[in-house]
Write a protein that binds this ligand. Structure first.
Ligand code: SF4
Length: 263
């Protein structure tokens, strides 16, 4: 095994700034093959990534964490996308239902500490259950969404999952997103048209006013619009020197040491 640090990815990240999302997805498939998955919460940018994946021959698995308290529209969007695009969607679940969790631990999402615990139990842990099955995961974070995502790298190391995260839409602008969605008639979660710029669990997501930040509707009851669930490590305070361990030959391929692929 070989260590791969966030610093090791710096040069690749600089090179990748000029690549299109489709080129980045193709690079990921070339490098990681069957050990690549995507993760989507069935929000707008996730739908765009899923649509892009549907246009390539390899059926990359799409991981979807169903916390058990999602909006019905979100679950229906998953099903519509699976049926229309032939996606290989793998739905992950928490160990307990929300009723069981509440009976044991109380209503966690009403306090900042409880929110962290609830998100860990219902979002992060189900994903950790499949850690080791994948060396890389494609996400759909965009810098244009602001907040901590405004500095999101294209490539990052995910120490929770011991894998590389690839965000091919990191520098995709709002205009590019809108154009892609319109040109390709991408299936979009209908809640986006009902005042929800971002969408999470039904317990912790509200619509947002025009003059509010996009994420104002996430954990609004906790304020001040800064909470993240932790399922995307780059949303959290950075570890001092995040690193993962992958096979040496894979690290060489990631860093372009032994391959001569051109994207
Ligand atoms: S978003 Fe709310 S309900 Fe969903 S897992 Fe996090 S704290 Fe729990």
């Amino acid at each position: 095994m070989s260590r791969l640090t966030q610093a090791d990815l710096a040069d690749m990240n600089k090179t990748f700034e000029g690549r299109t999302p489709q080129e980045l997805i193709r690079w990921a498939i070339d490098v990681f093959g069957e050990r690549l998955a995507a993760i989507s919460a069935m929000q707008r940018s996730g739908s765009v990534v899923c649509h892009m994946l549907s246009k390539i021959p390899m059926r990359v698995k799409v991981l979807f964490v169903d916390t058990g308290v999602l909006f019905q529209e979100t679950v229906e969007t998953r099903d519509r996308m699976r049926d229309a695009y032939g996606l290989n969607i793998v739905t992950l679940h928490p160990k307990q239902t929300m009723v069981e969790q509440t009976n044991e631990l109380g209503v966690l999402y009403l306090t900042p500490e409880g929110q962290e615990q609830c998100c860990e139990l219902r979002k992060v842990q189900p994903l950790k259950e499949v850690a080791g099955e994948y060396d890389a995961m494609i996400g759909s974070l965009r810098r244009g969404d602001g907040g901590r995502r405004s500095v999101c790298p294209i490539l990052s190391v995910d120490t929770n999952m011991n894998c590389v995260r690839i965000n091919p839409l990191a520098n995709f602008s709002d205009d590019e997103m809108t154009a892609y969605i319109e040109e390709n008639n991408v299936i979009i979660n209908p809640l986006h048209e009902q005042g929800f710029p971002t969408i999470g669990c039904n317990r912790c997501t509200t619509p947002v006013l025009d003059n509010e930040p996009r994420r104002a509707g996430r954990w609004r009851h906790l304020g001040p619009w800064s909470q993240y669930c932790g399922i995307n490590p780059t949303d959290l305070d950075a570890e001092s020197a995040p690193a993962i361990d992958l096979p040496q030959d894979l690290v060489d391929r990631i860093l372009g040491r032994e391959t001569d692929f051109v994207i």
